[in-house]
Write a protein that binds this ligand. Structure first.
Ligand code: NDP
Length: 375
C-alpha cells in the first residue's frame, strides 16, 4: 500500500505540469483524494436566487455546511420569501425580489449569490450580481451560449468577483477518485469515454421545454453532464465534435427543443468519446472510461447519489456525501481561501461546455464535423 501511494505521488508530481488543476487535495492513507477545504475559517454568506426545486435541495443541504450559510433570498414570489425567510432565519432586510436585488451591494451580510433560476435568466442575473460587487455561483448551464458565457466571465473579472458554476460532481468523492486514478496513470493511455445522460421528461408546460427559457432541450439540462464528464474523465479538451439529432415527439419537443442527440468528441491524444443526451429515455446515467491498462464504470454517475462505480481494480468505496453540502463548503474554500478545485468549477469551465454545446447544435444543423478551440 505504501509503495503504491509513493508511486502515485511520484506519478502525480511528474504529471503536475500536464494536470495543473490537480493541486488542491489531501492524499488519504488508502491513496484516495480528499478536497482540502478546511472546516475551519470564515463562512461564505450566500443569497439564494430562484426558490424552486433545486434551490430547495441546495438550501436543505446547506444546513449541514461547515463553511457556507444562507444569509439572503431573492425570489419573484412574495410568500416564498416569507416562508423561506422564517425557515432559514433570513431577516426581512436580506430578502429581495428580481426588481430590487441590485441593492445587495449595500448588504454586508452577503458575500455571494447562488443563481438557481431557469437557464435564460442566468446571464443577466449574474451580470447584475457582478455589478453589485458580489461573487456569483451560477447553476448549469451557465448561460444559453458561449457569447453570453464570455460576457459573464469578463464582467466578473472586471468587477473583481469570482464566478463559479454549480458543477457538484467535481467534488464528489468517487468521481474525484477516478480522476485521481486516471491522472496517476492507473488506467494507462485513455482511449475511449462513453457518457449516457437522460430521463423521460414529464409536464409539457414546464420551462425546460420552453426554448426561450431553457435555451434548448435535453442537451442544456442533462446532456451537459456527458459533455462536462467527458472532459474531466478523459482529462483533455476536445478538438472536434460531430452530432446527430433525432426527434420522435415534435409536439412535446418543439422547434429548438432537442429531445435526443448523439454526439462524438475527439481529443488531442486520439481518445474519442461517444455520448447520448435525451429527454425520452429513463435509466440513463452512465459513464464508462476505457484506457490501455484499465477502466472505470459509474452508474449512476451524475445523479444525486449515492454514485456507484467500479474500476478494473474493484469497487469504488468512497463514502457518499450530500453533493450540495460538499459543493458549498468547497466553494467557500475557493472563494474565501483561494483554494483550487480538483476539477475546476470556474466560469471558464462553464464557458468551455457552452462552446461545445454551440458546436453540437451547429453540427446537428449542418451535418458537419465542428472544430473546437477550447485552449
Ligand atoms: P424550478 O422550476 O424548480 O425553479 C426555478 C425557480 O426560478 C422558480 O421556482 C422561480 O423561483 C424562479 N423563476 C424566476 N423566473 C422564472 C420563470 N420565468 N419561470 C420559472 N421560474 C422562474 O427549476 P429548477 O430549480 O429545477 O432549476 C433551476 C436551475 O437549476 C436550472 O438552471 C437548472 O438547470 C439547474 N439545476 C441544476 C441541478 C444540479 O444538479 N446542478 C439540478 C436541477 C436544476 P421564485 O418563485 O423564487 O422566483
Amino acid at each position: 500500500m505504501k509503495n503504491s501511494r509513493r508511486d502515485f505521488l511520484q506519478k502525480l508530481a511528474a504529471s503536475a505540469a500536464a494536470f495543473p488543476f490537480l493541486s488542491s487535495y489531501d492524499v488519504l492513507a488508502d491513496g484516495g483524494l480528499k478536497p482540502i477545504t478546511s472546516s475551519q475559517g470564515p463562512t461564505l454568506r450566500v443569497a439564494l436566487m430562484g426558490l424552486g426545486g433545486y434551490a430547495s435541495r441546495v438550501a436543505e443541504a446547506m444546513q449541514s455546511c461547515k463553511r457556507a450559510k444562507i444569509t439572503g433570498l431573492i425570489s419573484g414570489t412574495p410568500n416564498k420569501l416569507s416562508d423561506w425567510g422564517d425557515r432559514f432565519g433570513v431577516p426581512e432586510q436580506s430578502r429581495y425580489n428580481y426588481e430590487n436585488f441590485d441593492r445587495i451591494k449595500d448588504n454586508p451580510n452577503i458575500d455571494a449569490v447562488y443563481v438557481i433560476t431557469p437557464n435564460a435568466l442566468h446571464h443577466d442575473q449574474v451580470m447584475r450580481v457582478a455589478k453589485a460587487g458580489k461573487h456569483a455561483i451560477c447553476e448549469k448551464p451557465m448561460a444559453l451560449n458561449a457569447t453570453e458565457g464570455q460576457e459573464m466571465v469578463d464582467a466578473c473579472a472586471k468587477a473583481g468577483v469570482k464566478l463559479l458554476v454549480g458543477y457538484r460532481m467535481h467534488f464528489e468523492p468517487k468521481t474525484v477518485e477516478v480522476v485521481r486514478m486516471r491522472t496517476a496513470g492507473e488506467f494507462g493511455k485513455i482511449k475511449f469515454f462513453q457518457g449516457q445522460c437522460g430521463f423521460r421528461i414529464g409536464d409539457p408546460s414546464q420551462w425546460r421545454l420552453d426554448r426561450d427559457l431553457a435555451g434548448g432541450g435535453a442537451m442544456m439540462d442533462i446532456g451537459i453532464y456527458a459533455i462536462n464528464g467527458s472532459r474531466y474523465m478523459v482529462g483533455e479538451e476536445p478538438v472536434w465534435v460531430t452530432a446527430q439529432e433525432t426527434k420522435t415527439d415534435p409536439v412535446k419537443f418543439k422547434e429548438g427543443v432537442d429531445e435526443t442527440i448523439l454526439f462524438q468528441l475527439g481529443f488531442p491524444s486520439g481518445a474519442v468519446a461517444s455520448c447520448l443526451s435525451t429527454y425520452n429515455m429513463n435509466y440513463l446515467d452512465r459513464f464508462f472510461l476505457n484506457g490501455e491498462k484499465g477502466f472505470a464504470e459509474m452508474q449512476p454517475s451524475t445523479g444525486y447519489g449515492p454514485i456507484k462505480g467500479r474500476t478494473n481494480k474493484g469497487e469504488l468505496t468512497q463514502p457518499h456525501v450530500t453533493h450540495q453540502t460538499l459543493q458549498m463548503d468547497e466553494m467557500a474554500g475557493i472563494i474565501l481561501d483561494g483554494n483550487t478545485a480538483i476539477v475546476p468549477v470556474d466560469g471558464n469551465e462553464g464557458l468551455k461546455d457552452l462552446k461545445i454545446i454551440d458546436a453540437i447544435y451547429r453540427a446537428c444543423a449542418t451535418g458537419t464535423k465542428q472544430e473546437l478551440h477550447l485552449v
